[in-house]
Write a protein of this length. Sequence first.
Length: 282
Amino acid sequence: MNISDNLLTLADGNKMPQQGFGVYKITNHQEFSDSIKAAWESGYRLFDTAQMYENEQFLGEALHNLQVPRAKTFITTKISEANQGYNNTIVSLKASLTKLQTDYVDLLLIHWPINTEFFDTWRAFEDLKKEGLTKSIGVSNYGMVHLQYLATQAHELPVVNQIEVSPYMSQKPLLKFHQEHNIVTQAWSPLGRGKILNDPVLVELAQTKKRSVAQVILRWHLQNGVSFIPKSTHATRIAENAAIYDFELSKSEMAIVDSANKNHRVSKEPELVYEFGEQYPY
Ligand code: A2P
């Protein structure tokens, strides 16, 4: 198995690469196209953007310039808080599709749960899927309670919940809940934004395995059955992060990574975003 043929089957029957490329915070035009080219050449097929990242246009352009067949790519975007609500969701997705130079996305996510528009945005998602503007629909940064609340009115349930997961924020109870409800967990900042790469326990394990810490962490995600979307702007790291299909972590090595958990977030608390209705400033 390698990065390109490692696919997960979603609850709606669609296939999604388990490993993807995240483009959060890549806003320099040249750096962006170089990174996408490096990612494509390393075998990444899933590209994850968002309206909030303000780089959908760059992604559309980069894939167009690479002359990559649309059917061979998997594109995800996310509706920002300001664009939630039934009509805004539909209008803003159409604007995103223009920027992405495509007729559909493979996966559309609600970026953060907000208490206003909570059900109306999802109703728009269900209709957008029926119209073929997105193949699959899901959410991001939803807690267990948000998923349970959504289920009280949804006709279709999210097939993916993209949440922060890393060795410092392992979210085991939510991962178990996802599994029980046929929701794929997708980990954003799977490397903890790079801040956990010097963790002594992980460094020691990586040395034993003769791998980089990033590779060990990504392999941990892979074996957990979680989808993950590391970001890097360095071609060597992009390739290194894809080269995790030729080694394995034993049960005890998986437990060592598990033991690093601190329930430590690198970003917002979803419940507070839900209450404020936006990504509150610190
Ligand atoms: P850079 O873009 O300069 O390579 P996450 O995906 O968890 O948000 O982590 C992204 C951060 O981790 C970025 O700062 C990225 O830096 C860094 N990073 C990604 N891959 C590696 C790697 N293989 N080795 C070291 N740092 C990495």
